[in-house]
Design a protein. Structure first.
Length: 97
């Protein structure tokens, strides 16, 4: 999506995300820690280990805005045409060999 490296989005149903254990630790993902147990923060913070990559999140938002201005239908059509062109060209190469 033309966003900065290392940025992504986790999308899931809340009841499934609540049941999942986090795979990393740190930051605001933990609500409370005792010797007996750890209580994880509510969603989405439960999966936000460490310092959030705020600049990349802003960059991803700008990339999404850019794609929406172009239009996903136009992007899909261009991608389809590009794939058709590449397929024709690669077939031509294999016919010459």
């Amino acid at each position: 999506m033309y966003g900065p490296m290392g940025v992504g989005v986790l999308y899931g149903k809340a009841h499934l995300l609540e049941a999942m254990p986090p795979y990393q630790g740190g930051g605001d993902m933990i609500s409370s820690v005792t010797f007996e147990k750890t209580i994880y923060n509510r969603l989405p913070y439960k999966f936000e280990a460490g310092t959030p990559n705020i600049a990349a999140g802003i960059g991803l938002g700008a990339a999404i805005d850019y794609l929406l201005v172009i239009g996903m239908d136009r992007i899909a059509a261009y991608e389809h045409d590009l794939l058709a062109y590449a397929t024709r060209r690669s077939r031509a190469l294999t016919e010459c060999a």
